[in-house]
Design a protein around this ligand. Structure first.
Ligand code: ARG
Length: 446
């Protein structure tokens, strides 16, 4: 039965009913809806708005419904939305007392509360998952302090770094994500219940009681704002979008590094799949999917902003779409954080290959220039000379380390001595990078 109908003469059109329903999505909120209703009913009893007996019956009835849904005995179906479903079940179970539950509230403050409670739970899960991921990256950084690899700019070999610096870079990104989660979690922590339809209520309700019972820090300050505020969803999706952007970047690197051209890593069979036609294939599907699912999360953020733009105060039915848009994306993003963490622990890095990859591509060119600077050559001149050395070496199919002193000095005018070979060796140039924030300038245990 619908929660409204008194003033209607005609039956709702079937197609319109299906278009209007939100149960298919908001059934995800059944726990929050029941818990919210329990807090509300208890408050109505304490405030003598309904009798203590009625309040007690409602709470007991709701407890039973909770258990029945959890055990699978009661299937959520045949209602306009989750609020109607739970209330209908309650009336079926306890009779007239059930009809008193909706005193002094509206579905507008109810849905805002349910969705917020759901999001808070998800933010907390996100905080846990990000913390775990950050710890994994820290462990991997500590383990790889001496694993030399090429660092890239423009996807061209640039200068040597360590795998520790690489993992730590992502650790920094996810730490910023974590701080965004903690920050928005605080703003989310206000209970809208008791705002009723838009204007509060004439009943002597106790919003502090309800807020505290539901674990919020405080009730919201303005009823009109409370029922129409979806900022918390937008903020959460925005923070999740940034997380996904980070995950997608790492996924992209792993996809490239897993290719036959690079072979820097081997992703465990647990996270790869085969091809139905090409028997040799082992595809990095999970990385590709994390990169791909980023689109869904970004899309949700933009959809939510578009949904809310130009909506007049207060509640408008447009806002029902918030759940269809947001909830699946929130779960996708959280799943991605969890999967990335497990995947990281199941990647084999080919340390030999990483190191050898630094031996081509003139990765020590800057260091030759720095050597010339140490012999009193102005950097700009040194840069020009090394450019010529690279050109010469490339034409003669040599690395800079292969050049003879004579070849060096033909271009560098006698500035180069035989200490050059040690000064530009891979080991030396990598370890020399110890300024704050560089590969050997970070305490990875922190
Ligand atoms: N299903 C609705 C939603 O998700 C609940 C609120 C309905 N309020 C209303 N006035 N029709 O937004």
């Amino acid at each position: 039965m619908a929660l409204w109908g008194g003033r209607f003469e005609e039956k709702f059109d079937k197609k319109a009913y299906d278009f209007n329903e939100s149960l298919s999505v908001d059934k995800m909120l059944w726990r929050e809806d029941i818990i919210g209703s329990m807090a509300h009913a208890s408050m109505l009893g304490v405030q003598n708005i309904i009798s203590k007996d009625s309040a007690g019956n409602i709470v007991k009835g709701l407890e039973q419904i909770y258990k029945k849904i959890e055990s699978g005995e009661l299937i959520i179906k045949d209602a306009e939305d989750i609020h109607s479903f739970i209330e209908n079940e309650l009336v079926k179970l306890i009779g007239d007392d059930g009809k008193k539950l909706h005193t002094a509230r509206s579905r507008n403050d109810q849905v805002a509360t349910d969705t917020k409670l759901y999001c808070i739970k998800k933010v907390d899960t996100g905080i846990e998952l990000l913390t775990k991921l950050i710890n994994t990256l820290k462990k991997l950084a500590v383990e790889n302090e001496n694993t030399i690899m090429p660092g890239f700019t423009h996807l061209q070999k640039a200068q040597p770094i360590t795998l520790a610096l690489y993992f730590d870079a992502y650790k920094q990104m996810f730490k910023r994500d974590l701080s965004r989660f903690n920050d928005l979690r605080k703003r989310m922590d206000e209970c809208p219940l008791g705002s009723a339809a838009l204007a509060g209520t004439t009943y002597d309700i106790d919003r502090d009681f309800v807020s505290e019972k539901l674990g919020f820090a405080k009730p919201t300050d303005n009823a009109l704002d409370s029922v129409s505020d979806r900022d918390y969803l937008i903020e959460f999706l925005s923070a999740l979008s940034i997380v996904m952007m980070h995950i997608s970047r790492m996924s992209e690197e792993f996809i490239i590094w897993n290719s036959d051209e690079y072979r820097y890593i081997k992703i465990s069979d647990k996270y790869t799949t085969g091809s139905s036609i090409m028997p040799q294939k082992k595809n990095p599907d999970i990385c590709e999917l994390m990169r791909g699912k980023t689109a869904q999360v970004f899309g949700s953020l933009l959809s939510m902003l578009t949904l809310m733009k130009a909506l007049p105060l207060a509640y408008n039915k447009d806002m029902q779409e918030d759940k269809t848009i947001s909830l699946p994306s929130i779960n996708t993003a959280l799943d991605s954080i969890e999967i990335l963490n497990d995947l990281l622990l199941n990647i084999e890095f080919d340390k030999e290959k990483l190191k050898n990859s630094c031996l081509t591509g003139f990765i020590n060119a800057t260091d030759v220039a720095d050597y010339l600077v140490s012999k009193d050559t102005p950097f700009r001149d040194a840069h020009e000379m090394v450019g010529k050395l690279v050109l010469y070496a490339e034409k003669n199919k040599k690395t800079l380390n292969d050049l003879t002193l004579e070849e060096f000095n033909n271009i560098c005018g006698g500035k180069i001595q035989d200490d050059i070979y040690d000064k530009i060796s891979l080991e030396t140039i990598t370890k020399a990078r110890k300024s704050k924030g560089s590969a050997f300038g970070i305490d990875y245990k922190n």
